[in-house]
Design a protein around this ligand. Structure first.
Ligand code: NAP
Length: 334
């Protein structure tokens, strides 16, 4: 059978905040399958903040997107046709896929077990964002029971997972998020000890200090910028900063330097370490098993924001920078 598909391409690299004008949509006919390839129908796509950085032509841990080529990212798809003996029609896979309705893949994408009730979870809590939370805590923060952890971007995909995991490890958790609804979700549903709305707080540093009278032992940073500056003054001796993401800076053409806070890190012997979740690729299966067990026994609660329709992909992506998601932002394609 011959398949035609819509594709979303990077047209012009964004300067500052991305907009729909930076992208274009075309329709192409897919070629016939070669040996080793599968034809997939994409069911769900993940939109993620890191994609903004890949739209710049800058050196990073991952190659930039090429202009004139489709954006790609994590997706869940159904195999329609296969010339790879490992896969058959009807299999559900999780893989890096282009922003298309249909695509041809080679390689060995992860086959989601047919007995598994989880599907979209593989784009979030059982996928890269859940794993990011898990490895940020277990490889950098080393949380101990009774410690206080502050987390920015707390109601997002990584944030809500990291905060709940820190609770499992016995920490007191303070989440920072951008709306009262998100803060109510963090406190009432996820049982964070405190949730602070950075958009309405007149003095975030004072508010965190009140919530953490004994200081901060772990700062799980998803955001950077002024929110992070306000935490630096509250860090305890030998505290740890998990440098996970800096979304507040992704749309800045030039990095604002802000106050120089390194002396605070020195005085308090703070460890600050960046990481990329793929550093721990070999340990993904064991981590997934643990996260899946927490999900099954109710210790972890999952939340997703699902938007429907291929034509909504760009809106979903742009909405990440407006805080319109709680938990993982996912687009349902088919
Ligand atoms: P997410 O938190 O689900 O979505 C983004 C959220 O960031 C928004 O909902 C918004 O929430 C907040 N935000 C957006 N612009 C902001 C700004 N200017 N200042 C403060 N908050 C802002 O995204 P995610 O997938 O969980 O990713 C969170 C962070 O982790 C990102 O920085 C991402 O790049 C990073 N990350 C790192 C790795 C790694 O391997 N190191 C892996 C995955 C993700 P509010 O309503 O609260 O503003």
């Amino acid at each position: 059978m011959v398949y035609t598909t819509k594709r979303i391409l990077l047209d012009k690299r964004p300067s500052g905040f991305p907009a729909v004008e930076n992208f274009s949509i075309d329709t192409v006919t897919l070629p016939q399958l070669n040996e080793g390839e599968i034809l997939i129908k994409i069911k769900y796509l993940s939109v993620d903040p890191y994609m903004r950085n890949r739209m710049n032509k800058a050196k990073s841990y991952i190659e930039p997107y090429e202009t004139g080529q489709p954006i790609s990212g994590d997706g869940i798809a159904e195999v329609l046709e296969s010339k790879n003996e490992e896969y058959k029609s009807g299999d559900i896979i999780s893989a890096i896929v282009p922003w298309q309705e249909y695509a041809i893949l080679s390689g060995n994408p992860y086959k989601i077990p047919s007995a598994d009730n989880y599907i979209t979870e593989y784009l979030g809590i059982l996928g890269l964002t859940g794993l990011t939370a898990y490895f940020g805590l277990n490889k950098i923060a080393f949380p101990r029971s009774g410690e206080t952890m502050v987390i920015s971007g707390a109601a997002g995909a990584v944030g809500m997972a990291a905060g709940q995991m820190a609770k499992i490890y016995g920490c007191r958790v303070i989440g920072i998020a951008g709306s009262d609804e998100k803060c109510a979700f963090l406190k009432n549903t996820l049982k964070f000890d405190t949730a602070l709305n950075y958009k309405t707080s007149k003095n975030l540093r004072k508010a965190v200090k009140q919530a953490a009278p004994d200081g901060v032992d772990i700062y799980f940073d998803n955001v950077g910028g002024e929110i992070s500056d306000s935490i630096m003054y509250l860090l305890n001796d030998f505290s740890r900063i998990v440098l996970c993401g800096q979304i507040a800076l992704y749309n800045q053409n030039r990095l604002s330097l802000g106050p120089r806070l390194n002396s605070l890190l020195l005085i308090h012997r703070v460890k600050m370490q960046g990481f990329i979740v793929y550093d721990y690729r070999d340990e993904f299966p064991a981590a997934r098993e643990q996260i899946s067990e927490w999900l099954k026994n109710g210790k972890l609660i999952n939340r997703e924001t699902v938007i429907s329709g291929f034509d909504q992909i760009l809106t979903a992506f742009l909405n990440l920078f407006q805080g319109k998601n709680t938990g993982k932002m996912i687009v349902k394609i088919a």
